[in-house]
Design a protein around this ligand. Structure first.
Ligand SMILES: Cc1ncc(COP(=O)(O)O)c(C=O)c1O
Length: 359
């Protein structure tokens, strides 16, 4: 192996996190969200490992669903969270047995006009306050009526999505739940509201179907540490030390000399950079883990390399493995230092990184 940058992916951890999501909402089905290549963990590998455990899968689009079906995974329903992008996809829905979300007038018309061999289950999306996809109140009631009357439709699930559920003290989440309930309770149809944050912190958002995403991969949607404790990180990104050098107080490190040594220091170079998906926005002080010791990055992340402080690291040697995030360094911590969220870091790991699956 030429490059030593590895993302170790613990598939059992993902299963455990799924079962934890189920244990928090034992009366709900949980649709495992595996869009965006299972948040960077490999959709086919993750879906294969979870197939016998999960109630259903959720993806963003037909291409992602077909990738899963193409791997021979035919047992579980797959929900298309953004529905169809064009009318011609209806054929694929039938062929691959995919369930669409209907969230706008075009999608509604396409499904009503379709000549389906068998009626299908659909999720209908209500915009309860996210202001993204979904029907507003008046349109929603009309869409529902039309779907209820259509021979193309066998079952209807009402759905909405949170905008701020990761802020546990923000009133707008309860407002969204109330808004959704007011319209859903009149209908008698089952519902789906909760994402990971809803499952963990908003119990009254648990409906017949929950939709856990980020928590499956072991990252809490919340910044507060207490929400992290039952989740097992699934991905550990690491690489090796390829240089160790000493620098004098006052010397600058890396591009733009962003970091200036405040004392004589020993600096290591790790073979991981932004072309592997490690954020160029990581600030000085972003934690890393080496030789059982927490240390930090110093200087700007470059394309293939990152400089770290070895001054207080015991006995560093070329080839020592350095964890950038995962088992010992929380990805949320790295995300905060990089001014982003764990979702973005996980989905941006590039194909140059060697993936090592652990089951
Ligand atoms: C409609 C929908 N449901 C569920 C999820 C899963 O959300 P999370 O990863 O925060 O659990 C997403 C993710 O973006 C989504 O778009």
């Amino acid at each position: 192996m030429a490059r030593a940058c590895i993302a170790s992916i613990n598939l059992e951890a993902i299963k455990r996190n799924y079962l934890y999501a189920k244990s928090l909402a034992p009366n709900s089905q949980a649709i495992a969200i595996v869009k965006a290549n299972a948040y960077g963990h490999g959709a086919v590998e993750v879906a294969t490992h979870l197939q016998d455990t999960v109630d259903a899968f959720g993806v963003a689009c037909t291409e992602e669903a077909i990738e899963i079906r193409g791997a021979g995974l035919e047992k579980k329903p797959i929900l298309l969270l953004e529905g169809m992008f064009e009318q011609s996809e209806l054929e694929l829905l039938e062929k691959y047995q995919l369930l669409p979300v209907i969230g706008n007038q075009s999608q509604l018309q396409w499904i009503l006009d379709a000549k389906l061999k068998n009626p299908t289950k659909v999720f209908v999306k209500y915009d309860s306050g996210m202001s993204r996809l979904g029907f507003h109140k008046g349109e929603f009631k009309q869409a529902l009526k039309a779907l209820e009357a259509s021979n193309n439709i066998s079952d209807i699930v009402l759905m909405t999505h949170f905008s701020k559920a990761d802020e546990p003290y923000d009133i707008s989440t309860q407002n969204q739940i109330d808004n959704f309930n007011r319209i859903a309770n009149e209908t008698g149809h089952p519902s789906s509201i909760a994402n990971s944050a809803g499952i963990v912190a908003w119990r009254n958002s648990h409906k017949q179907y929950n939709r856990p995403g980020i928590m499956l991969y072991g990252s809490s949607p919340f910044t507060e540490a207490r929400y992290q404790k039952n989740l097992v990180p699934a991905m550990t990104l690491s690489s090796v030390l390829i240089s160790i050098k000493s620098f004098k107080k006052g010397q600058g490190i890396g591009y733009g000399s962003r970091f200036i040594c405040k004392q004589d220091m020993q600096i290591g170079v790790v073979a991981v950079g932004y072309a592997d998906g490690y954020s160029r926005h990581a600030k000085d002080g972003t934690p890393v883990f080496i030789n059982n010791t927490r240390s930090r990055i110093v200087g700007r992340v470059s394309m293939d390399m990152t400089t770290i402080d070895l001054t207080n690291v015991p006995n560093p040697k070329i080839g020592d493995r350095v964890e950038m995030f995962g088992e010992n360094i929380g990805i949320n911590e790295v995300a905060e230092f990089s001014n982003t969220i764990s979702y973005e870091i996980l989905t941006k790991i590039t194909k140059r990184v060697y993936i090592n699956y652990i089951t």
